[in-house]
Design a protein around this ligand. Structure first.
Ligand code: ZN
Length: 392
């Protein structure tokens, strides 16, 4: 695929290698095997357990046959990552002590903060990683920073060979690689280095940060939104960072107009505000991300009504340290969360993982659900507690 303007592949890689790196680093720590920490500032949450209906072998075979054909029968998969969004607010709402100190309302529940996400969990999907519900889901580390997390979730590797945000282009086969074979695949992110998690494959459309664009944006509106992002201020990030207010509309436009088989949406304002220790800004970024999730879900629902199968995954690349503003070498910043919904997700509510789960389990799960063969690179396991295991 071509590149926008005069940029060649080398310039594309350089622009994604050198710009917008966050100052996140840490010492190596052991592989995470810990259990959820008890946070005394949070109220216990009422949870409902998942139930998995039986699926007959005939139904499973028919579904598998439908999902293994490319192009018109390919499912539409959307993976949304909220950078550094910790599980606390997602599952238990606003932290009252921190909210009081920041002068914002203290009693906002998780469902009030992120109404679309919780409607999806209740009515059409399920969540892994809620406190006190089963085993945790974590980044594999050993350094809980962004680029290793994105490489892990897109490739299915525990061992990414990347322990910082300064790594080069990933050599592992990624989900955009897989889906580009079966149709359109797109990656749209606020944070520029996410392009390096996609790998060197040129089949997928990539718009990472303000300037890095690989492939061709279709339509005048998508191009206008891209240019708005280029002109917009990078805050709460800096340099080539593209604020979520520009990334989200572009991702939605691509979703609506291109209807890709796979779309990765990387929203980053949560992590940027958290690094500034700006709790109200962090909460606003979560609210904005929830509105985007609601709009994505509406598009996927429309697609399901036309008979196309869909899968929506929402997660984070890492958690946060106890001090909120940092992450990296603290083991608590390994912990993430996952919300899944779609045609093949039969679990509902807060699901108990039977064993520790990892970001590396996302890609094998997506491949299995979409009828794609496992990647030779993947090390994770299918999240069978979310899907009908007879089907996979
Ligand atoms: Zn960070």
């Amino acid at each position: 695929m071509g590149l926008r303007g005069t940029k060649g592949p080398l310039q594309f890689l350089l622009s994604t290698l050198g710009i917008g790196l966050l100052a996140c680093s840490g010492e190596g720590v052991a592989h995470p095997t810990f259990r959820p920490a008890t946070e005394r500032h949070f109220e216990p949450v009422a949870v409902e357990r998942a139930s998995l209906p039986e699926v007959s072998a005939t139904t499973a075979a028919a579904r598998r046959a439908a999902w293994t054909s490319c192009h018109k029968d390919a499912p539409m998969v959307v993976l949304v990552a909220l950078d550094g969004a910790r599980w606390h607010e997602v599952f238990t709402g606003v932290e009252s002590k921190r909210a009081k100190a920041a002068g914002v309302p203290r009693d906002t529940s998780a469902a009030e903060l992120m109404p679309n996400l919780h409607r999806i969990i209740r009515s059409e999907g399920a969540a892994l990683g809620a406190p006190g519900v089963g085993e945790p889901i974590s980044a594999s580390g050993p350094n809980y920073v962004s680029l290793p997390g994105y490489i892990e979730m897109l490739s299915g590797r525990h061992e990414t060979e990347c322990t910082s945000n300064e790594c080069g282009v990933s050599r592992w086969r990624s989900l955009p690689d897989d889906f580009a074979v079966c149709g359109e695949a797109a990656v749209v992110s606020s944070w520029p280095p996410i392009a390096r998690a996609v790998g060197a494959n040129e089949a997928a459309l990539v718009s990472a940060g303000k300037s890095a664009l690989r492939g061709t944006l279709k339509g005048t509106r998508a191009n206008a939104l891209f240019e708005q992002g280029q002109r917009g201020a990078p805050e709460p990030g800096y340099g080539d960072y593209r604020a979520d207010q520009y990334t989200a509309p572009l991702a939605l436009e691509i979703l609506r107009e291109t209807r890709p088989s796979f779309l990765f949406v990387g929203l980053g304002d949560t992590d940027e505000h958290a690094h500034h220790n700006d709790y109200p800004g962090y909460l606003d970024a979560l609210r904005a991300a929830d509105r985007t999730i609601g709009e994505i879900d509406a598009v996927l629902t429309e697609q399901r009504l036309t008979g196309r199968e869909t899968l929506l995954l929402v997660t984070s690349d890492h958690g946060r340290s106890h001090n909120f503003s940092d992450h990296g070498d603290s083991k608590e910043s390994a912990r993430v969360w996952l919300v899944a919904a779609g045609s093949r997700v039969y679990a509902r509510g807060m699901v108990a993982a039977p064993e520790p789960r990892y970001l590396a389990d996302l890609a094998p799960s997506v491949r299995a659900v979409a009828g794609l063969p496992p990647s030779p690179d993947e090390q994770g396991r299918v999240l069978s507690e979310l899907f009908a295991t007879e089907d996979l």
